[in-house]
Design a protein around this ligand. Structure first.
Ligand code: HEC
Ligand code: HEC
Ligand code: HEC
Ligand code: HEC
Length: 178
């Protein structure tokens, strides 16, 4: 094979590699809401909004948080990465992957558990589970939770029990048999 053909082939292989796995970015819960908020399919957005996860940034300005911060030399828990890395999807993620539509204020958002979604959120991909997973959707399990539900660095840690805790945040689709 000539040097030129070899180069052509190499660049073709590289090009194909880069199109197979597109990089997902974090887009925020509002982008999931349009398809995941109908009561018939389990209104996941509304349930998340009513959960502690969506309110997690508010806790960083609570009297307990401020008291802990004062005793531990933290100027502001709501901006210190030592606290925000678990209380906010946007604050905890690689900045290069965060779109402006995911705000720090939305706390622990869908994509902390389901993975960044700019690519998999398209209808054609989403409606086939295998395609969604291939394009980055995470079907969460206990290991997804224990990244944050760990004693390490979590001053208000509560013993984590997966079956108990996952019931508290359950948002199933009632049209799907499990
Ligand atoms: C254009 C519409 C649309 C958008 C936007 C969308 N989804 Fe979906 N999603 C679907 C459809 C359709 C399904 C298939 C099940 C169903 O009919 O509800 C699905 C399924 C899912 C499932 C279940 C996968 C399984 O089979 O267990 C998860 C989890 C999910 N979506 C998360 C998200 C998240 C997180 C976002 C935002 C980043 C999002 N979706 C955005 C349409 C959408
Ligand atoms: C990105 C970090 C993060 C991930 C991942 C995460 N959580 Fe959380 N979770 C938090 C934070 C922070 C709080 C505290 C929210 C608050 O009240 O400020 C919390 C609170 C909770 C609570 C409420 C506890 C209480 O005191 O009532 C439940 C239940 C819970 N999480 C379940 C889960 C489950 C189940 C998973 C995995 C499927 C999970 N979490 C994944 C960060 C996370
Ligand atoms: C490793 C992840 C992690 C880090 C880092 C973290 N937290 Fe949390 N925080 C949690 C989780 C998870 C909960 C929910 C309690 C539980 O289940 O452990 C929580 C709960 C809280 C609560 C109680 C909310 C309530 O009312 O139920 C406060 C207040 C809080 N955190 C403040 C802070 C402050 C201040 C910092 C920084 C010094 C911090 N957290 C750092 C994960 C974390
Ligand atoms: C704290 C982690 C966490 C957050 C935040 C979260 N989910 Fe989930 N989600 C889960 C878990 C755990 C399951 C159940 C996975 C399984 O099937 O075992 C699930 C399942 C789902 C399903 C499938 C339901 C079914 O019965 O097929 C959809 C759709 C979904 N989530 C959408 C969302 C959307 C949209 C958001 C944000 C508005 C969101 N989730 C936020 C953890 C989370």
């Amino acid at each position: 094979m000539s040097k030129r053909n070899l180069l052509l082939m190499l660049s073709l292989v590289l090009f194909m590699g880069s199109t197979v796995i597109a990089q997902n970015k974090y887009v925020g819960a509002d982008k999931c809401k349009m398809c995941h908020n109908s009561p018939a399919k389990g209104e996941q957005y509304k349930l998340w909004q009513g959960s502690k996860h969506s309110q997690a940034m508010k806790s960083l300005s609570s009297p307990e948080a401020l008291d802990y911060a004062k005793k531990n030399g933290i100027a502001d828990p709501a901006t210190d990465p030592k606290c925000t890395k678990c209380h906010s999807t946007a604050a905890g993620a690689d900045k290069a992957l965060v779109e402006a539509t995911l705000t720090v204020a939305e706390g622990v958002s869908c994509e902390s558990c389901h993975g960044p979604g700019s690519v998999y959120k398209g209808m054609a991909i989403m409606k086939v589970q295998a395609d969604a997973v291939k394009n980055g959707l995470i079907i969460p399990d206990e290991k997804t939770c224990t990244v944050c539900h760990t004693k390490e660095g979590n001053p208000f840690y509560k013993e984590f029990n997966y079956s108990e805790f996952s019931k508290k945040i359950a948002h199933p689709n009632p049209t799907k048999a499990k």
